[in-house]
Design a protein around this ligand. Sequence first.
Ligand SMILES: *[C@@H]1O[C@H](CO)[C@@H](O)[C@H](O)[C@H]1NC(C)=O
Ligand SMILES: *[C@@H]1O[C@H](CO)[C@@H](O)[C@H](O)[C@H]1NC(C)=O
Length: 260
Amino acid sequence: MSRRPVNPARRFADGGGASFTSALHQKSRSSPYLSIGLVLVGALLLIGYSYSNSGGFSSDTNAVSKVEGDISCTAEVHRAIPILQKAYGDSMHKVLHVGPDTCSVVSKLLKEEDTEAWGLEPYEIEETEGHCKSLIRKGVVRVADIKFPLPYRANSFNLVIVSDALDYLSPKYLNKTLPELARVSLDGLVIFAGYPGKQRAKVAELSKFGRPAKLRSSSWWIRYFVQTGLEENVSAIKKFEQAAGKKSYQPSCQIFHLSS
Ligand SMILES: *[C@@H]1O[C@H](CO)[C@@H](O)[C@H](O)[C@H]1NC(C)=O
Ligand SMILES: *[C@@H]1O[C@H](CO)[C@@H](O)[C@H](O)[C@H]1NC(C)=O
């Protein structure tokens, strides 16, 4: 069901690249048969690699490499999808993801059976891949500032999943944005937020997000939800934890399940 192509694909890529280069280096020294053989092997590996890329692995690979070590909660969404499916079942039918690299999450969700997915990219996209461009052209992915009312009707989605987005909002904007996220979702809102001390955006990323991430503790978030009248969905939390336990899944981000 869920493919985990990232590491194998990359290792394969490295291996392919390396043998191709060494094949070229050895060409001058060793026998012609050997070098032709090596070049052929290198070429086959390269063809295999580009084939695996065109098979749709590339978006996942990019998502993870881009967020590795800095803003990683969007990558965490990728890992959590099978668990979310267990916790939300039919509510995974129409999903909106809000966060950076949303094209990668939307592409992954669209591969799941019975799942329609949309994405909202809160920051400008600099280098857009062809695949992401086409999602934007089709209106599946939109680029919009989440400090303003969201461009969707009430209850448009069963589930809204947010990652790496709310950490960048001050309480003043959170007060506007969180009710908006709840407005467009029918069955629930899942928030992936960074742990204080664990996630840090690189300095180079800051201009994009406008302000440094304010990573808040779980008690801060829960107090905030209570203050603003948002309720945690106890049944969803239980189902999620059960499914996570079965698959030995340990998130590297805080995950909150709110009722809409
Ligand atoms: C956000 O909303 C809560 C609850 O309505 C309120 O107590 C708090 O003062 C608001 N914060 C800001 C910065 O507006
Ligand atoms: C809580 O989550 C479950 C999915 O586990 C969902 O079916 C239900 O509608 C949610 N309840 C509320 C009140 O949002």
